[in-house]
Ligand binder design. Sequence first.
Ligand SMILES: C[S@@+](CC[C@H](N)C(=O)[O-])C[C@H]1O[C@@H](n2cnc3c(N)ncnc32)[C@H](O)[C@@H]1O
Length: 215
Amino acid sequence: MPAPLPPTITADYQRDWPKYFEAVASLGPRDTLVRALDLFGPVAPGRAPVAIDVACGEGRDTREMLRRGWRVVAFDGTALGVERLLAGVPELDKPRLTAMELRMEDAPACESLPARADLINASFALPFCDPAAFPALWAWIVRTLAPGGRFAGQIFGERDEWAPVRPASHFSREQVLALLEPFEHEHFEEVEKDGGDALGTPKHHHLFHIVARKR
Ligand SMILES: C[S@@+](CC[C@H](N)C(=O)[O-])C[C@H]1O[C@@H](n2cnc3c(N)ncnc32)[C@H](O)[C@@H]1O
């Protein structure tokens, strides 16, 4: 008999996204994003850098990038995430936002995305990419970032509770370091702990928090 699924992830490695969006709606931006934005420093008036927010969810990180003066192209695989994002962005910031429903797997071939970005943010997003499409997605991230551009986000580790559901979406420390070969590490934090997930359900976490600058 197969081992029972962890209670917080479905057999096809998805979650109850509407419930998740509701649970995180009042939360601020992710620490990895804040670190990356701080490293870039203040945006000069009239010279908005370009960020891509991969699987932006309901928009907690996109809102912060816009607030700090960035131009943001944000996408998510759910229409609901994009709707919630658009509903939560102040009118003043909307001219610097492009938001679309798009699956990560389709990003490398998507002509509506910028060919160059200063920042690619993927907060708690990459594990949800179909593992067969992940190498192309990661190659797209690397080639789309301008030299000196930054990646911010998380990669899930091999000892995470969800790893048996989709092992190929979980990486060892060595594998993560190999993915980051084209980058200088600015923040690399491996976390392994028992704790709650976004909906408060207990979970064993193993993940890597990353801010990295493309050489
Ligand atoms: C854990 S949430 C993270 C959302 C947001 N980045 C945050 O930090 O709150 C993962 C997001 O991935 C999206 N997602 C799941 N599979 C996807 C896919 N194949 N392509 C694009 N987005 C996907 C979900 O809709 C959800 O918004």
